[in-house]
Design a protein around this ligand. Structure first.
Ligand code: FAD
Length: 422
């Protein structure tokens, strides 16, 4: 692997054969997460592809000329031409491998694959998931000198890293940008010495053996596992939803309703969450329209009665969202009346979507005792039914899911484990 600068770009990249180039920056957690994967792959593919690095901050003109505006960015070149995908941010090993393999003959790809040596590392505790719950557990364990590894399929931070503003996490007078709060949590845990394996693919989790296979070749073993994998909100699937998440579309009333004081809001859903959260949102919003696909709400009767009595709430039954767009500071929700198949546009200041959350447990749910909604049951020390396996944060069965509650769970699990390991 070689470090180049912009004056060498012509000879080292454009006048060479197969090249992969890493635009990196300092003080860049995703660049740090990539560094060991890049190094490791350079040993595997180094005979066939030239692995180069270039410091983006000192080679800004070249970065701008190439349209590189995020760190890290990986570019692949073959005989002077850029090929394959541009990989940016939390780059996964399998994505790099796919692009490298596309530049090589099939026979050579097979040979390289055969050269991959499985690796094994051992820790006291594996934490799956580096959101607030996992990061706090990591911090407490590390401070108790318990050798801990945090494994995440994405970059650290969990939901907080994509939350626009957090105003209810104690210790900050002003609301904090979600990405800064999660960055600070992550850096605090990392600085203590917790090992991070992030933006990885999790191939297999064996809760009984306390083993996790990542990126198909690296086995991580431990004495205990903490599951802190959080939840994923169900999406409507309507165009515009992903793009406008956090920019007009929210999945959390406790977090965001306060920003809609005196404003008009749309709520998608009709179950308990949608109805109870609508009631809460009208403490702030002046008008709220519930868009629900059926001809009746599915929430419990008590909650329904409150909503029917609330003069600020109007319900559009048998309607479904078809698209979300934004014009200036207005959100436009296009809805379809399922009965007469007619579409119309609803203008509002914001949209809340409450059509359920899904706990992230697909890889290891078989032996765990779950509640009827699929969340992991734990005791008061966050122990699951499997010896040595704990669960914390949004993924567990509980009533309130917030950063503070996830952080509290992480603390409890870590303290219980530290005591057991004494
Ligand atoms: C849009 C939005 C805004 C919010 N705003 C607020 C707010 O203002 N204040 C507040 O208190 N709460 C807020 N919340 C709730 C809060 O974010 C959560 O309660 C909190 O993040 C839960 O932390 P966690 O660690 O349990 O899970 P998460 O934050 O969900 O983190 C889980 C982590 O696990 C990783 N993961 C998933 N699957 C796997 C796997 N198989 N293996 C390994 N890792 C995996 C994920 O990549 C993620 O990093 C908000 C939630 C949402 C969705």
């Amino acid at each position: 692997m070689k470090e180049i600068n912009s004056t060498e770009f012509e000879s080292e990249v454009l006048q060479s054969g197969k090249v992969v180039l890493d635009f990196y920056s300092t003080e860049c957690p995703p660049c740090e997460a990539l560094a060991s994967k890049y190094e490791n792959l350079s040993l595997l593919y180094g005979k066939d592809v030239k692995f180069l690095k270039i410091f983006r901050q000192q080679n800004r003109d070249l970065a701008e000329k190439l349209g590189v505006n995020g760190s890290p960015t990986l570019l692949f070149f073959n005989n002077g031409k850029e090929v394959g995908e541009r990989l940016v941010g939390g780059i996964k090993r399998i994505d790099i491998i796919r692009n490298l393999n596309n530049m090589l003959p099939e026979k050579r790809v097979k040979e390289i694959k055969n050269n991959v040596k499985p690796s094994v590392s051992e820790f006291d505790v594996i934490i799956l998931g580096a959101g607030p719950g996992g990061l706090t557990a990591g911090l407490y364990l590390c401070q108790s000198k318990v050798n801990t590894v945090l494994i995440d399929i994405a970059l650290p931070g969990g939901h907080v890293s994509t939350t626009h503003e957090v105003s209810n996490y104690p210790g900050f007078i002003e609301p904090q940008a979600g990405y800064m709060l999660s960055h600070n949590m992550s850096e605090q845990t990392k600085l203590c010495g917790t090992v991070y394996k992030v933006a990885v693919d999790i191939t297999k989790v064996d809760l009984d053996k306390k083993e996790v296979l990542i990126d198909e070749y690296e086995t991580v073993k431990a004495k205990k596992i903490i599951i802190a994998t959080g939840t994923t909100p169900n999406l409507t699937g309507a165009p515009g939803e992903r793009e406008l998440k956090g920019k007009g579309i929210s999945y959390c009333a406790t977090c965001d309703a306060k920003y809609f004081d005196g404003k008009e809001v749309i709520v998608i859903g009709g179950g308990n969450s949608a109805v109870e959260e609508s009631e809460y949102i009208t403490r702030f919003a002046s008008k709220l329209t519930i868009v629900h696909q059926f001809d009746k709400l599915t929430a419990n009767k008590q909650a329904q009665e409150k909503v029917f009595k609330n003069p600020k709430i109007n319900i559009l039954f048998e309607n479904e969202p078809r698209s979300f767009t934004r014009e200036g500071d207005k959100m436009i929700t296009e809805v379809e009346n399922l009965k007469i198949k007619e579409r119309r546009k609803l203008f509002s200041d914001g949209v809340f979507i409450f059509i359920g959350m899904k706990p992230n447990i697909d890889l290891f749910k078989d032996k765990l005792i779950l509640d009827r909604w699929g969340y992991i049951k734990t005791d008061e020390d966050m122990r699951t039914n499997i010896p040595g396996v704990y669960a914390v944060g949004d993924v567990i069965s509980k009533k309130y899911r917030q950063i503070t509650t996830a952080v509290a769970d992480g603390t409890i699990a870590a303290m219980a484990i530290s005591k057991e390991m004494d």
